[in-house]
Design a protein around this ligand. Structure first.
Ligand SMILES: [Zn+2]
Length: 159
């Protein structure tokens, strides 16, 4: 079997009109293009949207880790990035979570939340409860820092 030949980018799974298989529809080109655009809307690939450095993602540079999981945290600001908490929902497939659903986290804590070892998840319920505690605390810490920097504004709160 030829591997990778069928699903390569630009190899056929393009915005090709179903109408193209019925060449004599009697429509002007402009109308056909409009129909194609509606039937196959352009989607941003996850990889492309991930690489965009939003102000909130940039703000992670030089920050301290907000998760600080005992035994996993590196306590090294050089490894801190804005880590999205996908397990909370509101994402999936090509939908990425909003930057408000993210925390400043070092690579050690990022690994612990994203790819825990089997030993760390031997008691899955305990792991998830601990992860949720650390990440809820980290979310509050992160958002308070973002508010202090003027990166996010929330009406009606006392800071
Ligand atoms: Zn950490």
């Amino acid at each position: 079997m030829k591997r990778g030949g069928e699903l390569q980018r630009g190899s056929g799974l393009v915005r090709r009109s179903a109408l193209g298989r019925v060449p004599k529809m009697g429509r002007a080109d402009g109308a056909r293009e409009a129909i194609e655009a509606m039937a196959f809307p352009k989607r941003k690939s996850m990889k492309r949207s991930r690489s965009v450095m939003t102000p909130l993602r940039k703000s992670a540079q030089g920050e301290g880790c907000t998760i600080q999981k005992v035994g996993a945290c590196l306590h090294d600001p050089k490894t801190v990035v804005l880590v999205h908490m996908r397990w909370l929902g509101d994402c999936g497939g090509s939908l990425k979570p909003t930057d408000l659903q993210a925390v400043y986290a070092c690579s050690g804590c990022n690994r612990w939340t994203d790819s825990p070892t089997p030993a760390e998840t031997a008691d899955r319920a305990a792991y998830e409860a601990e992860r949720d505690f650390y990440c809820l605390r980290a979310l509050v810490r992160t958002q308070l820092r973002m508010v202090a920097k003027g990166l996010i504004t929330v009406k009606g709160i006392a800071v």
